[in-house]
Design a protein around this ligand. Structure first.
Ligand code: BGC
Length: 738
C-alpha cells in the first residue's frame, strides 16, 4: 500500500468499496492494485495458528502448516490467569507474524450454557468474568505483536445444533449480565482489532444483521473501534448486514453480494456513506496490519513448546487426592493404563484444529521418570477390538502394580465443532475398565482427557482424579509433571461438574426446536443454578486442589477513588511445598429487589506462595460489574445496599467474608397514571401528601388497604383515595418534581 494510513474510503470507486468489504477467497481479503492496497490474510485460531499450506480448500479444513498447539480454551482458562493467557497470546502473535498472518481468528469466549455444546472445548467458562478476563489477556498478548485478534462468536452462540439459523431467545437480563458481559470486558479492556459476529439469530434477528448488537451495544455503548467480520458463511443478507454494522463478509461470495451492494447503493436503498464506513474500517485494518514490523523466522519451536508445557501444567485440575496418593514417587511401581496415555487427545475437532510442531505423550513422559512402567491400552478409541481381552490385559498389569494411572476420556469423534453431544457419559467400556481395575487394585489415579464435562460415577471410589481437559501438544509431559509433583497443580474448574445431565441448567431447554432455543434458565447459568436450587454437584465451579494447603484470613473491602470495590484477603501457604492458589471473590446482596443468584463471581487473583509464606491478595471488583440490567430504564444500575463479599477457594469453599455498603445509581422512573400507589408513595415530592390523604380517608385501615391495593396503578381506581382531579394534580407535581 502506498500509504494506507492516509487512504480514505472516498478515494475508492463504488465497485472497489464493495469489493473490499468481502473476502478474496477463504482466508484473504481483496487487494486494490490501483491504490497499492495489499491483500492481507486472516486465519484460525484460536489456540494455535492454522494457516493452510498452498491453496485453501473450500471448507478450509485441509492440513495446515506446523504450529504450536497450546492448550485450547477449556484448558488455558482453567489456569484462571490472564497474565499466562497474555504470554500465550504473545506466542500466538509471534507465530502469526512469522507467517505474515494479519489477524488470528480468536479467542472464542462464549458462555458454556450446557455441557452438551460441541464446541465447549473452544470456550473458557460458564462465568462471564472468567471468560472475559482470559479473553482480554489473549487479545492483549496477540495484539502486542502487531497482529490482530478476532473476538468470537458475537453473540449468544452457545450450541452447535442448527447454529447457522437458530434463534437464541434470551431475556434482557441474562443477555446483558451473562452472555454479553464477557465480550464487554474484552472490548473495553483490550480493544480487539476485529469482532466476529456469530451465525445464529438473537431473539429472532441474525447477529450479522443486528444494528442493536453490532452498532448500539458494541460501538456506541462499549466503544469498539475495530471491524466486525462475519463468521464464515454467516452473511444472510449483506446489504442489511452492512447497514447494521457488519463490515467484512468472509469468506468470498465470488462477487455475488458485491453486486447486490452496488445495486442497493445505485437504487438508493443503501446510503453510500454506510459502505464508506465499512470500507474505511477494512482500510484501517489493512493499515494496522501493514504497520507491523517485519518478523522473520524461524519459529523457536522449543521455546514455544516449553510455554505450551507450562500452560498445560497450569491447566490440569486436581479434583481429588485422598490419602495423598499424589504426587507419585519415581520409585513407585506404576502401571499405565488407557489408550489416551499413548494416543493423546489434546485438542478439539473442527476449524480450530492445529497441526502441532511436536506431540508429547503421557506414556513417554511417565517412562522418562519411571522407565519400567508397563502399559496396557485397556480399550480402543473407536470401540473396535475385543473389549474383554483389552480389559483383562489391563487388569493383569494393575494386579502386579503398586499404583495405577488410568487414562480415560472422550474420543475425538464424540465432540467437535458442528454438532452437540447428546450425553455426558464416558464410553461404557471405559467405565467397565474402572470397575475391573478397582477390583484388583484400589490405588487408582484417573487422568481425564475431555473437551466437555463428563459425569464421574466412580468419583468417590478412586483416590485421585486429574481433570486434564485438552492440553495441547505438550499435555503429555505436563501430565507427568503434575503426576510426579514437578508441577504443583493450581488449576480450578471454570465450569461445574454436575452429577448428571438432568441436573444441568439448560436441561429441557437445549438445543431447542424448530429454529428457536429458549434460554429458560435465565440468569441461573452454571453454578448460579446449582446454588439457587441447592443441588449437589460432583465438583463445584472454582474447585481445584493442590499438593499444599492454603489458609485464608482477614477480608477487607473499601471503595476506591474510581468507585470500584477493593477487597483484600490474607492467604498463607500452610503446607510443605510451594504452590499457587486462585483466590475467588463472590458477591451477593441480601434483600435485593431483583432476582439474584445466591452468589456471583466478581473477581479472582492467582498467587504463588512458598511454604509458610503469607501474602495480602488484592481483588478489584468493578462497580460496573456489580450492576444489574434494569429493564425499566434499559440501562445498568447498581442497587444500593450492603453487599456481602465472600472470598475463598471455590464457589462452595468460601473461607472469609466481609460486607460493604454501596450507594446505588440513581434510577428515576417517570411517574404516570400507570405508576402504582406504592411508587407514588415513594415519590419524594408528593409521597407524604398521598399518605396523608390515605390516612385521612381510612385511618388505621389505610395500611391494610395498601396491602391490597398498593400495587394497583393509581389511574385505575376513580375517586380513590381522593377525587380524580386532585390525583391528576398530584401526579403532575410528581412529574415536575415540585
Ligand atoms: C467457525 C469460526 C472459524 C471460521 C473460519 C467457522 O465455521 O465458526 O470459529 O474462525 O469458521 O474457519
Amino acid at each position: 500500500m502506498t500509504d494506507s494510513a492516509r487512504l480514505r474510503a472516498a478515494d475508492l470507486t463504488l465497485e472497489e468499496k464493495a469489493s473490499l468489504t468481502s473476502g478474496a477467497d477463504f482466508w484473504n481479503l481483496k487487494s486494490i492494485e490501483r491504490l497499492g492496497v495489499p491483500s492481507i490474510m486472516v486465519t484460525d485460531g484460536p489456540h494455535g495458528l492454522r494457516k493452510q499450506a498452498g491453496s485453501s480448500d473450500h471448507l478450509g479444513l485441509a492440513d495446515s502448516i506446523p504450529a504450536t498447539c497450546f492448550p485450547p480454551a477449556v484448558g488455558l482458562g482453567s489456569a484462571w490467569d490472564p497474565e499466562l493467557a497474555e504470554r500465550v497470546g504473545v506466542a500466538l502473535g509471534v507465530e502469526s507474524a512469522i507467517e505474515d498472518v494479519a489477524v488470528i481468528l480468536g479467542p472464542g469466549i462464549n458462555i458454556k450454557r450446557s455441557p452438551l455444546c460441541g464446541r465447549n472445548f473452544e470456550y473458557v467458562s460458564e462465568d462471564p468474568i472468567v471468560a472475559g478476563s482470559i479473553g482480554a489477556g489473549l487479545v492483549k498478548g496477540i495484539q502486542s505483536q502487531g497482529v490482530g485478534s478476532s473476538l468470537k462468536h458475537f453473540a449468544a452462540n452457545n450450541q452447535e445444533t442448527d447454529r447457522m439459523r437458530v434463534s437464541a431467545d434470551v431475556d434482557p437480563r441474562p443477555l446483558r449480565e451473562i452472555y454479553l458481559r464477557g465480550f464487554e470486558r474484552v472490548v473495553t479492556d483490550a480493544q480487539p482489532w476485529t469482532v466476529m459476529c456469530s451465525y445464529n439469530r438473537i431473539n429472532g434477528v441474525y447477529a450479522s444483521e443486528d444494528p442493536w448488537l453490532l452498532t448500539q451495544v458494541l460501538r456506541d455503548e462499549w466503544g469498539f473501534e475495530g471491524l466486525v467480520v462475519s463468521d464464515w458463511g454467516a452473511v444472510n443478507d449483506r446489504v442489511t448486514g452492512l447497514a447494521a454494522g457488519m463490515d467484512l463478509e468472509m469468506p468470498s461470495s465470488n462477487g455475488r453480494t458485491d453486486a447486490e451492494l452496488i445495486a442497493a447503493v445505485r437504487d438508493g436503498s443503501l446510503a453510500e456513506s454506510v459502505l464508506d464506513t465499512g470500507a474505511q474500517r477494512v482500510l484501517d485494518l489493512i493499515a494496522k496490519a501493514q504497520a507491523r514490523p517485519a518478523v522473520t523466522g524461524p519459529l523457536d519451536v522449543e521455546a514455544h513448546h516449553a510455554l505450551a508445557r507450562e500452560a498445560a501444567g497450569r491447566a490440569i485440575v486436581l479434583l481429588r487426592n485422598e490419602g495423598g496418593i499424589l504426587p507419585l514417587a519415581p520409585a513407585d511401581r506404576v502401571a499405565v493404563i488407557g489408550e489416551f496415555a499413548r494416543t493423546p487427545r489434546y485438542q478439539g475437532a473442527g476449524s480450530s484444529q492445529i497441526n502441532p510442531t511436536r506431540l508429547d505423550t503421557a506414556l513417554d513422559a511417565i517412562r522418562a521418570v519411571s522407565p519400567a512402567a508397563p502399559f496396557a491400552a485397556g480399550f480402543t478409541l473407536d470401540g473396535s477390538g475385543d473389549a474383554a481381552a483389552l480389559r483383562d490385559e489391563a487388569v493383569e498389569l494393575a494386579r502386579a502394580a503398586e499404583k495405577v494411572v488410568l487414562f480415560l476420556g472422550v474420543p475425538q469423534q464424540e465432540e467437535s465443532e458442528g454438532f452437540d453431544r447428546t450425553h455426558i457419559d464416558l464410553p461404557a467400556a471405559q467405565l467397565a475398565l474402572v470397575d475391573a481395575v478397582r477390583a484388583v487394585n484400589e490405588n487408582i489415579v484417573v487422568v481425564l482427557s475431555n473437551g466437555g464435562v463428563v459425569a464421574l460415577p466412580f468419583a468417590e471410589t478412586v483416590p485421585a482424579i486429574l481433570e486434564g481437559w485438552l492440553l495441547g501438544q505438550a499435555g503429555g509431559s505436563a501430565t507427568a509433571d503434575v503426576l510426579y509433583g514437578a508441577v504443583n497443580p493450581s488449576a480450578k474448574l471454570t465450569e461445574t461438574i454436575p452429577l448428571s445431565l438432568q441436573d444441568t441448567p439448560a436441561f429441557g431447554n437445549f438445543p431447542g426446536e424448530h429454529g428457536h432455543v429458549r434460554y429458560g434458565e435465565g440468569l441461573l447459568v452454571g453454578y448460579r443454578w446449582y446454588d439457587e436450587r441447592g443441588l449437589q454437584v460432583a465438583y463445584p465451579f472454582g474447585h481445584g486442589l493442590s499438593y499444599t494447603t492454603f489458609g485464608y484470613d482477614a477480608a477487607t473491602a473499601t471503595v476506591d477513588a474510581a468507585g470500584d470495590v477493593r477487597a483484600t484477603v490474607t492467604v498463607t501457604n500452610t503446607g510443605t511445598v510451594a504452590g499457587r492458589e486462585i483466590v475467588q471473590a463472590y458477591t451477593s446482596l441480601p434483600g435485593s429487589s431483583v432476582q439474584r443468584p445466591p452468589r456471583e463471581l466478581k473477581a479472582f487473583a492467582s498467587v504463588a506462595l512458598e511454604p509458610g509464606e503469607t501474602a495480602v491478595v488484592e481483588l478489584q471488583l468493578r462497580r460496573h460489574e456489580l450492576a444489574y440490567w434494569d429493564v425499566r430504564i434499559d440501562d445498568w444500575a447498581v442497587e444500593p445496599g450492603t453487599y456481602v463479599i465472600e472470598i475463598g477457594a471455590s464457589s462452595r469453599d468460601l473461607r472469609v467474608r466481609t460486607e460493604l455498603t454501596l450507594d446505588g445509581d440513581p434510577v428515576s422512573l417517570p411517574i404516570t397514571l400507570d405508576s402504582s400507589f406504592e411508587e407514588l408513595l415513594a415519590d419524594p415530592v408528593v409521597g407524604a401528601e398521598l399518605q396523608a390523604e390515605i390516612d385521612a380517608a381510612f385511618g388505621p385501615a389505610g395500611d391494610e388497604m395498601m396491602n391490597l391495593l398498593g400495587n394497583a396503578p393509581v389511574g385505575r381506581l376513580d375517586g380513590f383515595p381522593m377525587p380524580r382531579e386532585q390525583l391528576l394534580a398530584l401526579v403532575q407535581r410528581a412529574q415536575r418534581g415540585a
